[in-house]
Design a protein. Structure first.
Length: 207
């Protein structure tokens, strides 16, 4: 299959670009993974649509909005249902809910007072986040194996990204084992972790 020429531009962070990176990587789709510094952003900002990142450049055309970019990457990589509209709906639901989980953390990043931020995150870890993960777990109960659908999809990569964020230790005052008691969520995480393309990708990030 001939793929378009792709360049994904974002900061050297997982955040809003990681599901796209994973989709292209798992799908075997060649792309340039451009990671810019925060110092370079003010110069680049006026040149991109909506003045925001990530940006996916496809054969010279720029496209924004992380969900749309990830879905397109999933289609290119064979990780998004294009013929079964109900499965597409299922995948979109899981992806969007994982975004809700991540966005629950957003107010804590805006809080400058360290003690208040600590209290906010401890409250999230004790209440809101387990509640949300319980709801996500319930949507995975019907899955037959480690994958949400019959094979790996964008939904699985979205779940993997969420668990990875918590396990990274990057979020102060959020336990790294927050997801461990959710067997379906962790089954997806473990399966994605063992994908050979993901293993190679992660090894490259550690260099």
């Amino acid at each position: 299959m001939t793929f378009p020429t792709l360049k994904l531009t974002y900061f050297n962070l997982a955040a809003r670009a990681e599901v796209t990176r994973l989709a292209l990587t798992v799908g075997g789709v060649p792309f340039e993974d451009e990671r810019i510094t925060h110092e370079a952003w003010p110069t680049l900002k006026p040149t991109v649509p909506y003045k925001q990142l990530p940006v996916l450049t496809v054969d010279g055309q720029m496209f924004c909005q992380s969900h749309v970019i990830a879905r397109y990457a999933g289609i290119l990589g064979g990780l998004y249902p294009t013929e079964n509209t109900l499965d597409a709906l299922r995948v979109d639901e899981i992806c969007d809910f994982n975004e809700d989980v991540l966005m629950a953390m957003a107010p804590t990043f805006r809080e400058e007072d360290a003690e208040k931020r600590k209290a906010m995150r401890e409250d999230l870890a004790a209440n809101k986040l387990p509640e949300m993960l319980t709801m996500l777990e319930s949507r995975l109960v019907a899955s037959k194996g480690p994958w949400f659908l019959d094979s790996i999809s964008l939904a699985d990569l979205s779940i993997y990204n969420t668990v990875t964020m918590f396990k990274s230790g990057w979020l102060d005052h959020i336990p790294t084992d927050l997801c461990d008691k959710f067997t379906k969520i962790m089954a997806v995480f473990d399966a994605v972790s063992k994908h050979p393309n993901v293993i190679a990708y992660n090894a490259g990030q550690q260099k």
